[in-house]
Design a protein around this ligand. Structure first.
Ligand code: XMP
Length: 509
């Protein structure tokens, strides 16, 4: 399989670049700039992309790389900081501009360059830099300029080294996709062999070989990743697969049944559902602190799950729905940021499996969804919004009781129904109801009420690191409010959360 290396120099765009490359049907993997040269040389890469980064190349502490990488004979495309680094490595000069060039910028590109083939001479790109290349290295030609940037792109065609000051990977760059495509197909000579049908076929084959006639057990959460992993394993080994679904009673209304329905009869497997709402509610009795609730739910989930596995299945393989971003996020250099991702659960010491299987470990989320659709999973499951592990436990603020979970589930179901009917669903990244634990006075008929307040949260975001509150039209909000109050007993007021992240988080707890 053809591979492109995305060498990360600390920018925030590494995953985006890799996804763009994969969208063009070429497999890309990300490595940090600390990776040894031998790994790069022996990795079988068709091309290398240096990412951007926030630093200045002349600072000693900035990420650098040995110039030998440019002599491997592998085509390189440097982006932003990566472009300056390429210039610096080869003896070009970089200068610090007085002002930062930021935003949409028109460039004039030389379309006799392979990189700009088929692209209009003037086009808009996304710039974000303060330093710029003031003198290109020997053997290089400037192939694009902008008003403020004497070298918006440079290249040494013979050595197949290319550099762009702007960001072709962001959608604001009008012809960014075409430029990346030119790099992959015209410069690196890729053919584009990364296609999901092949992935399914190849992975099914590999799973069969690894698992043989043993059993494999998977923890199914009803989330996208574990669901797609389940469907893939079912295709590979059928009833040798056992899926354990722990329903702690803190999922959205009817969601447990939806998961069961999607898998139990539709896919060949053993489906084990453990209903334990009462148990979880008893552990949460009297607990109001959000972190304490998270810990209780997490610990109990782990216990129920592993008790089941320990009792029955610890012979064969253990599978989990780890995806590519989980692995990169868990392994990033900054110690403060290292975390074990929720998709990768720790294995108890007393359970011994033959091995751990992670069939989706190289896929991005959008690729996981495409695989899920091809495997015939229901649309609602494949396009499911993110849902926190502790479930409604962190959306029922204060003590979690059966009655309050019921109120929240019903309010949330109305919200979902109304958003769907209004055709607004595709415009939202995540939306849900919250029970803030505030009771307010109201009047219904002639009677005074003193009931729960429901808050609606809806956000738009690309990555959930930052998010904007969604500008849902007032008439839709009005319908949601009156339907919740009419249809959900115990609620007499609805408010809409108009806070972005930061300063707020998406969830309330
Ligand atoms: P926050 O609230 O941190 O949420 O802005 C960002 C995204 O993460 C989800 N989230 C969680 N997911 N366990 C999870 O698996 C959790 O404890 C958790 N807390 C927040 C949240 O739904 C949003 O998509």
């Amino acid at each position: 399989m053809e591979k492109i290396l995305v060498l990360n120099f600390g920018g925030q765009y590494d995953q985006l670049i890799a996804r763009r490359v994969r969208d063009l049907n070429v497999y890309a993997e990300i490595l940090p700039y600390t990776v040894p040269l031998e790994t790069v040389a022996e990795g079988g890469y068709r091309g290398i992309i240096f990412t951007g980064g926030p630093n200045s190349v002349y600072l000693e502490e900035s990420p650098h790389y040995t110039p030998e990488i440019l002599k491997l004979g592998i085509p390189v495309l440097g982006i932003c900081y990566g472009a300056q680094l390429m210039s610096y490595m080869l003896g070009g000069t970089i200068e610090h501009a007085g002002t930062r060039e930021y935003g949409l910028t028109q460039i004039r590109a030389d379309h006799s360059s392979l990189l700009f083939k088929g692209i209009p001479e003037t086009n808009n790109v996304w710039m974000s830099h303060t330093d710029y290349i003031s003198g290109v290295p020997e053997g290089f030609a400037v192939t694009a300029v902008s008003e403020n940037c004497p070298c918006a792109a440079m290249e040494n065609e013979e050595q197949r080294l290319y550099a762009v000051q702007f960001h072709p990977e962001v959608t604001h760059s009008e012809y960014g996709r075409a430029m990346l495509s030119n790099f992959l197909f015209l410069v690196c000579g890729c053919r584009g062999d990364w296609v999901m049908d092949d992935f399914i076929e190849k992975t099914v084959q590999e799973l069969r070989e690894t698992i043989g006639d043993r059993g494999v057990v998977l923890g199914l959460s009803g989330g996208v990743d574990s669901s797609v992993a389940a469907a893939l394993l079912s295709r590979a080994v059928g009833r040798q697969l056992t899926c354990v679904f722990v329903d702690q009673g803190l999922m959205r209304k009817d969601e447990g049944d939806m998961v069961e329905e999607a898998f139990k009869d539709a896919f060949e497997m053993n489906f084990v559902r453990i209903n334990c709402q009462e148990k979880f509610l008893s552990y949460l009795k009297g607990v109001t602190d959000p972190e304490e609730k998270r810990i209780i739910i997490g610990t109990q989930f782990y216990k129920v799950f592993w008790d089941e596995i320990r009792a029955r299945y610890s012979q064969g393989f253990f599978a989990q729905g780890t995806i590519y971003p989980d692995r990169i996020e868990s392994g990033k250099g900054d110690a403060a940021k290292i975390k074990t991702h929720h998709n990768q659960v720790g294995l108890p010491e007393d359970v011994h499996f033959k091995g751990v299987i992670e069939p989706l470990k190289d896929l991005f989320k959008d690729e996981v969804r495409r695989v899920g659709e091809k495997l015939g999973l229901p649309h609602d499951l494949v396009w499911r919004q993110p849902f926190p592990g502790p479930g409604l436990g962190v959306r029922v603020i204060g003590e979690v009781t059966a009655e309050r979970v019921r109120i929240l589930q019903n309010a949330d179901a109305v919200l979902r129904d109304e958003i769907r009917r209004s055709g607004y669903e595709d415009q939202l990244s995540q939306f849900f109801a919250v029970l803030p634990g505030v009771r307010t006075v109201g009047v219904m008929g002639d009677a005074r009420t003193y009931s729960e307040l429901v808050a609606i949260r809806a956000v738009t975001t690309d990555d959930f690191m930052t998010a904007d509150w969604a500008k849902i039209p007032c008439d839709i909000l009005g319908r949601i409010s009156s339907r919740i109050i009419n249809e959900v007993e115990g609620v007499n007021r609805v408010v809409y959360d108009i806070t972005s992240k930061p300063p707020a988080t998406v969830e309330w707890e």
